[in-house]
Design a protein around this ligand. Structure first.
Ligand SMILES: Cc1cc2nc3c(=O)[nH]c(=O)nc-3n(C[C@H](O)[C@H](O)[C@H](O)COP(=O)(O)OP(=O)(O)OC[C@H]3O[C@@H](n4cnc5c(N)ncnc54)[C@H](O)[C@@H]3O)c2cc1C
Length: 381
């Protein structure tokens, strides 16, 4: 057991921290207000390989492992929940292609993805289901060398960007849920206006309409009927991103509250002198440290998954904890600010709005707890 960062891990963390502070923090408020990530920020992230950290160099990645991804994501998420959301959904899509794709699929879709020429999506949710894959209604019908996809996907991150989308549909000959790689903007692909969500602005969320979209049969991801295992592992890997986005928010809450406690004065002295404030700062530190080690450990576990079901339960536990934890942390940090914490002029107001998203995505918090409980109750030990 070694809790020290390696030289490579420290470098990734430092690189992401410097980029976040110099290039994202100054425009974080603008991203929130305009709900758009500036091109130069995306270009800067691409240059630093921030869109391909966990993946092998031969597929365009930085070979930094999921442990490196967690360290970088924490720093990015600390300053912008919207960019963290974009990065997390992209890495989720790439993670599924990396785990289940053929050599040709990896070369074709991962290289432009890791180099951020493309921003990748992962489309599971539909208007009728967000937590229950059995209710998927999107269809895939084989026609010669193609599958014809029809259906609507709801709340799909990054659906507006060009690139690959891992999409789940019911293959009609077998009746089984199956995964495909679709080129966004293929004929018959269209999107809604972006959803106006409470936080994580800049992270784009759209509905996707597929009307007779032709997907080459070569773009089947895995095998026919392998949709559930791909979804299970893909989403488990995706929870590394959402959990660490929450970790970054927790760090932001700790830092903003500490800064405010030192700066705000009452009767000529900083409010940090009040024990009630000190207790809140300690609670925030505890929340940050617990989430931090859970996320770092999950990143390390993801580098060498032996049992996908066990990893999915680990990821569910971390996601359940970090999702609720960041909401509590942001709430405490708002308290430290008093009424000022509710004002747009203060960063904590944005951190709070971003935080509230965490428990509701990639499987709501209650569903995560059910996965954890079922894994414990099934095991004999
Ligand atoms: C910012 C953001 C980004 C997103 N990005 C993506 C994306 O890129 N791709 C994608 O596919 N989706 C995405 N989503 C969708 C999101 O993952 C789903 O909406 C989420 O999983 C919850 O599904 P739902 O809203 O349909 O909730 P539901 O499944 O309808 O659940 C509603 C409530 O019912 C409870 N519930 C449901 N079923 C059960 C059960 N069996 N037992 C007990 N309780 C149950 C839940 O706990 C919850 O409290 C995104 C959403 C957001 C907000």
């Amino acid at each position: 057991m070694d809790f020290n960062l390696s030289k490579e891990q420290s470098l990734i963390q430092q690189m992401a921290r410097e980029f976040a502070e110099k290039s994202i923090a100054p425009v974080a408020k603008q991203i929130d207000e305009e709900s758009k990530i500036p091109e130069e920020v995306l270009a800067g992230m691409a240059e630093l390989d921030l869109f391909g950290i966990p993946f092998p160099e031969e597929y365009g990645g930085a070979d930094g492992g999921y442990d490196g991804y967690v360290l970088a994501m924490e720093q990015i998420a600390k300053v912008s929940g919207g960019i963290a959301m974009t990065m997390a959904a992209h890495t989720l899509g790439l993670g599924a292609i990396s785990a289940f794709g053929t050599e040709e699929q990896k070369k074709k879709y991962m290289i432009p993805g890791c180099k951020a020429k493309h921003i990748v999506s992962f489309a599971f949710t539909e208007p009728g289901t967000g937590s229950d894959p059995k209710q998927i209604t999107t269809t895939a019908v084989k026609q010669g060398d193609f599958y014809i996809l029809n259906g609507t996907k709801r709340f799909i991150s990054n659906a507006n960007y060009p690139g690959a989308m891992v999409v789940f549909a019911r293959e009609m000959e077998s009746g089984e849920v199956t995964a495909f790689i679709l080129d966004k903007w293929a004929e018959g692909y269209s999107i809604s206006e972006p959803w106006e969500k409470i936080g994580m602005h800049g992270g784009q969320l759209l509905d996707v309409y597929m009307k007779d979209v032709k997907v080459p049969a070569d773009n089947l991801l895995g095998k026919i009927g392998q949709g559930f295992p791909i979804l299970l592992l893909g989403i488990a890997l995706g929870k590394i991103g959402t959990s660490t986005a929450a970790l970054g928010g927790t760090l932001a809450a700790l830092e903003e509250a500490s800064k405010y406690a030192r700066e705000k004065t009452h009767r000529g002295q900083p409010i940090a002198k009040f024990q009630a404030i000190q207790l809140k700062i300690a609670d925030l530190a505890i929340k940050y440290e617990t989430a931090r080690w859970l996320c770092y450990r999950l990143g390390c576990l993801a580098n060498d998954i032996k049992d996908p079901g066990k990893f999915a339960a680990e990821a569910a536990l971390v996601k359940a904890y970090c999702g609720d934890n960041v909401v509590d942390a942001a709430r405490i940090a708002v308290d430290v600010h008093g009424s000022y914490g509710l004002m747009r002029d203060y960063t904590i107001e944005r951190v709070y709005r971003d935080a509230i998203i965490g428990p509701e995505i990639e499987g709501v918090a209650d569903m995560q707890k059910l996965i954890v409980a079922s894994s414990i109750l099934r095991s004999k030990g």
